[in-house]
Ligand binder design. Structure first.
Ligand code: SF4
Length: 447
C-alpha cells in the first residue's frame, strides 16, 4: 500500500455491537468515513476499510466481536489493501489494546472510546507510516459533537448525546471503566444540534446518556439540569417527539415528570431500569436506591401521568440472589405492571466487583428467567388488550420486516404498532385504530 493511498472513492463497512450509544457512535464513524469520500457497503467482503465498533457489556458480545475480527485474517489474504479498525468499549479495557495488537496482527488501527473523532488522522497515519497503530487514551476524552460529521441511519429518529460516561459503578457494569466519568455537553450545543435536526426533517429526538438524570451535575450549576434541558428542547418550533434514555432511579426526579407533563412533545414513555425487586440484591448491585424508593417513583409517575408507558430492565441470577429475593422481583413486577421489560440473566463481566462474588448455578438462573418472562408476557398481553378499539397517534418508523405490506411505528407511550401501508409513510404521524393484539404486538388500521 503506497503512501499516496487515496481513501476517496473506496468502500467501508461498519460492524456495530451493543447499545444505542454505540449505534449512534457508528453513525459518527460513518460520518467521518463519508467525509473522506468513501461509500458505505453492507458486507466486509466488499469493503476497503472495515471498522468494528465493539461492546464489552457481556462476555458473549465480546466473543462474537472477536470471532468476526478473526475472520478478517482470511479476507486480508484476498485483499492486501484491506484496512481493519477496532474501536469501542472492548478496546478501552485495561491492557486489551496491547493484547489485541499482539494477537491479531492483521488489525491495522485500534482506537479507544475517547478518541473515535481521531479516526481519519489515524487511518492516514497508518497508511503514510506503514505502521500499525494502537491509540487508546487513559483520560476521559470527548467525541467532538460540534465538528464530528454524522451519517444518520435511523430516520425519522435522531439520537443526540447529552452526556458521556458514568459515575455510578454498579457492581456488574464495566461502563464506568471504559467510558470514564460523567461529562455533559453544554445545553447550547445540544439545543443547536436538535434545532438543526428538526430543520432537516427529523420527527423524533432521543436524548442519550448512561444516566440522563445526572445531566449537568458536572457543571456545578443548578440551572443546568435534565428537566430544564427537556423543556428547552421542547421549545423548538415544529411537530416532533422527544424521548430519552437511560434514567437512573436514584437520580430520577418529579421535575422530569413535570417537564413531560408540560409539553406534548416530550413522550410519556419512561424507561426506568429497576434491575431487581429485592433490597439485598439492589445493595449488592450498588444501585443506591431501595425497592420502596422505586415504588414511590412509580406512584409519583402514575399520579401525574396515568397513561405513562413505564418500561424497565431486570436482571436475574445476580450473585447471592435467593429464591426469596427473586420472589421480591416477581412481586414488584406484579405491582408495577411494566408495559414491557428487557429481561436478562446476569453474566459475569471480568473487571467488575460482581465477578468476584459467589455465582449461583446456571440452571437456577434459567429457571428464574423463564418464570419472570412468563409473568411479564402475561402482564404485557393484558395491557395490550386495553388498546383494542382505541386510536393512537403513531410516528411511522419503517416497513415491517416480518409482515410484507405493513409499516410500524410507536405510540407516544412507546408501544410498537403495525398497520397496512408503504414506505411513503415513514416519518409521518398517523392515527391508527388498534384492532388486534398478540403479546406485545398491536396491529390496526390507519384512519
Ligand atoms: S448506571 Fe450502573 S448500569 Fe448504568 S452505566 Fe452506570 S454503572 Fe453501568
Amino acid at each position: 500500500m503506497s503512501d499516496i493511498y487515496d481513501f476517496n472513492g473506496k468502500n467501508y463497512c461498519v460492524v456495530t455491537y451493543g447499545c444505542q450509544m454505540n449505534l449512534h457512535e457508528s453513525e459518527k464513524i460513518s460520518g467521518i468515513l463519508d467525509n473522506m469520500g468513501m461509500s458505505a457497503v453492507q458486507s466486509p467482503e466488499a469493503a476497503d476499510v472495515v471498522v468494528f465498533n465493539t461492546c464489552c457489556i457481556r462476555d458473549t458480545a465480546e466473543r462474537r466481536a472477536l470471532g468476526n475480527i478473526g475472520k478478517m485474517k482470511e479476507l486480508k489474504k484476498k485483499n492486501k489493501n484491506l484496512l481493519v479498525v477496532v474501536t469501542g468499549c472492548m478496546t478501552q479495557q485495561n491492557g486489551f489494546a496491547e493484547n489485541l495488537k499482539e494477537r491479531y496482527q492483521y488489525v491495522d488501527v485500534i482506537l479507544g472510546t475517547h478518541n473515535i473523532s481521531d479516526l481519519e488522522n489515524k487511518l492516514r497515519e497508518k497508511v503514510a507510516r506503514k505502521k500499525r497503530i494502537a491509540s487508546v487514551l487513559d483520560t476521559d476524552g470527548y467525541i467532538d459533537d460540534e465538528t464530528t460529521p454524522v451519517t444518520r441511519t435511523s430516520f425519522p429518529n435522531a439520537w443526540v448525546n447529552i452526556n458521556y460516561g458514568c459515575n455510578n459503578f454498579c457492581t456488574y457494569c464495566i461502563v464506568p471503566y471504559v467510558r470514564g466519568r460523567e461529562r455533559s455537553r453544554t445545553p447550547e450545543s445540544i439545543i443547536a444540534e436538535c434545532e438543526k435536526l428538526i430543520k432537516d426533517g427529523y420527527k423524533e429526538i432521543t436524548l442519550l446518556g448512561q444516566n440522563v438524570n445526572s445531566y449537568g451535575n458536572d457543571f456545578g450549576d443548578p440551572d443546568v439540569n435534565f428537566s430544564d434541558l427537556l423543556r428547552s428542547v421542547a421549545e423548538i418550533e415544529g411537530k416532533f417527539r422527544i424521548r430519552f434514555m437511560t434514567s437512573h432511579p436514584k437520580d430520577f426526579t418529579s421535575d422530569v415528570v413535570k417537564a413531560i407533563k408540560s409539553s406534548d412533545k416530550i413522550c410519556n414513555n419512561i424507561h426506568l431500569p429497576v434491575q431487581a425487586g429485592s433490597n439485598s440484591v439492589l445493595k449488592n448491585m450498588n444501585r443506591r436506591y431501595t425497592r420502596e424508593h422505586y415504588m414511590s417513583l412509580i406512584d409519583m409517575i402514575r399520579d401525574e401521568i396515568p397513561d405513562a408507558g413505564i418500561t424497565t430492565d431486570i436482571m436475574v441470577g445476580f450473585p447471592y440472589e435467593t429464591e426469596d429475593d427473586f420472589q421480591d422481583t416477581l412481586d414488584l413486577v406484579r405491582r408495577v405492571r411494566f408495559s414491557t421489560a428487557f429481561t436478562f440473566i446476569y453474566s459475569v463481566r471480568k473487571g467488575t466487583k460482581a465477578a468476584d462474588m459467589p455465582q449461583i448455578p446456571y440452571e437456577i438462573k434459567q429457571d428464574r428467567i423463564k418464570r419472570l418472562i412468563a409473568l411479564q408476557n402475561e402482564i404485557t398481553e393484558e395491557l395490550s388488550k386495553a388498546y383494542l378499539g382505541n386510536t393512537y397517534e403513531v410516528l411511522i418508523e419503517g416497513t415491517n420486516e416480518k409482515k410484507k405490506g405493513f409499516v410500524s411505528g410507536r405510540t407516544e407511550s412507546g408501544r410498537l404498532v403495525s398497520a397496512p401501508g408503504d414506505e411513503n409513510l415513514i416519518g409521518q404521524f398517523v392515527n391508527i385504530r388498534i384492532d388486534k393484539c398478540k403479546n406485545a404486538q398491536l396491529t390496526g388500521e390507519i384512519i
